[in-house]
Design a protein around this ligand. Sequence first.
Ligand code: ADP
Ligand code: MG
Length: 238
Amino acid sequence: MAALDIQNVKKTFGNVDVLKGINLSIKDGEFLILVGPSGCGKSTLMNSIAGLEEVTSGDICIGGGAVTHLPPKDRDIAMVFQSYALYPSMSVRDNIAFALEIRKVPKAERIQEVERVADLLQISHLLDRKPSQLSGGQRQRVAMGRALARQPKIYLFDEPLSNLDAKLRVEMRTEIKKLHQRLKTTIVYVTHDQIEAMTLADRIAVMKDGMVQQFGTPQEIYDNPANMFVAGFMGSPA
Ligand code: ADP
Ligand code: MG
């Protein structure tokens, strides 16, 4: 059974077709990367999976069940976006604990669980700080920690590292890869960084103008690009 099944999803804003019939099927534990030029519809697709946007037509199934018309809170997903939306008045500890509260983890177990997640992301020393006392990279770690604490079926990452400097980006990329290998999570991850795509992905979906141009492993896409656009975009030899 697919962890996530996107069936002929279309999205129209006014009279602009932003998603023109997207089909993607993602296996349990798979790391899917969505790439494509700015404005091709990546975030719209992510927001549709999350339920932040209502699709115009088509279906979205998570773990075999249709969620197309369910609100975000009933979709068993956790999101990490480019602008980390941490609760500014809460400490890092409480930001993460809040996700556990939503999951209805008993109060007595929350402390341990926060510490486990903090340890995974190496933010144990930051638990008593407020978001305003953190660097950009640290905030993004906390946002990931909060997502991990949710233990959702699917993680959605929309350009989570694009606000970070190059050095930190490489460091975080390595850690995300390790986390995925360790936790076997199902992830949909948007980036416009081809190297990030090639290193992290089990499979890559290359998008252009609201359509998937090619869906395959990094090797398949690099060796056998479906068209000139994919070849150019992914840097394959012509
Ligand atoms: P990407 O994430 O690939 O850069 P987006 O999904 O953000 O692309 O945007 C795809 C297209 O949809 C763009 O042309 C954008 O202007 C348009 N768009 C996105 N959100 C809205 C909206 N809420 N209303 C109208 N147009 C939108
Ligand atoms: Mg976007």
